[in-house]
Design a binder for this molecule. Sequence first.
Ligand code: SF4
Length: 174
Amino acid sequence: MYYADIKQYDVANGPGVRVSLFVSGCTHHCKNCFNEVAWDFHYGNEFTEREIETILHDLSPNYVKGLTLLGGEPLEHANQQGLLPLLRRVHETYPTKDIWCFTGYDFDRDVKGRMMKDWPETKELFSYIDVLVDGKFVEALKSVALRFKGSSNQRTIDVKRSLECGETVLMEGF
Ligand code: SF4
């Protein structure tokens, strides 16, 4: 897996101060994408053990609330494979910090309906992810009033509650 950037103090992509990882590679190709360079799966630098250690270090202060995954597309299969070792370590080291993930895929149709059935990584990955912001960015539905979202079709999903009850549960206040 390759990545475009790691932000140590990010307040724009989830609540509180967060560490954000922008992975490379995205097949959605949304019109007016905010980050077109990251469509290329080899954009930026290779994600290695060194980057895992950097992220674990950056997450260590008490005021850092959690980790955010975005891109690019974190849920492309190659990126799920690349993210799994990181998420295992983050969950093991900081079980109380939360993990947010932004995806252009649909939680019901793509994640539960296809990825969890076809790919061995997806269920474990989603046992570590707390919140998923799903859906492609749609220019016609763009709104600057939305919190941590670009367009009104996107949803902020409480992953744990959704998987427990079998229905998609949205996060309150988002
Ligand atoms: S999913 Fe995100 S990164 Fe991918 S094309 Fe759409 S806006 Fe760009």
